[in-house]
Design a protein around this ligand. Sequence first.
Ligand SMILES: [Zn+2]
Length: 209
Amino acid sequence: MRIVKREVAPRNSGWSSDIRAGQVLRLEARTIIDFVAFDLHQFAECFDQARTKEASGCIYLRRGDAVLSRSSKHLMTMLADGFEGLGTHDMQFGMCSRARHERAAAEGRLSEYLHAELAVPTHGCAENLTAACAPWGIPYIGIPSPINFFQNMAIDQATGRMQRTQVRPDTPVAVDLLAERDLLVAFSACPDKASRTGGLEVVASILDP
Ligand SMILES: [Zn+2]
C-alpha cells in the first residue's frame, strides 16, 4: 500500500482528516487513542459503540470486526491489530476531559488516573476531539463516545466493575482500519494518566490500496 498522508499528533492533542472509501487508516502508538468516525457526507451517521458491539457479539473491537454507525451503516473494518495477544481495545468508556480530571481530584481518586509526579492536565480527549472536529462544523455534543484503542480494561463479569490497567504496547504498534465509505476520522492522543508513560504521540497514516 502507498502512503498518501503521514502526520504525528503530539501527546494530548487532536487530529482529523477525510478519508476515501477503500483507503486504509493506520494508527501507530503506545498510548491510548480516543477514535471516532463520521460518514463524510452525513455527520449524524457517526460511530456507535452499542451497535458495533451488538454486531460482533463482543465488547472489544477485534481484527475483522465492523465499525458501525448509529443506523448500522458499515463505516470501517479493522484489518490488522498489532495489540492482538497483548491487550484489548475498549468500547465502554467515553473520553477523559478537564472536568473528569478535576472530578478525580475532588473525589480523592487522583491516584487512579494520575502519576503523583504529573500535574493535572488542563485539557483531555474531549477538548482535543472538539478542537479536531470544529473545522468540520461538528460541536462537542455531536462527538460520539469513542473506540479507545490500546485502553486495556479489567472487567469483572459478576459485578460489572471496570478498572483501568497499565497494559499498553511496550513499543509502538499499529492498527489498520479500512474505510468502507467516505469518512471523516478524528482522534485524540490521550494524556493517558493510567499508563506508565503518561501518554505519548500518535502517528496517523492514510494508505492507498
Ligand atoms: Zn483521554
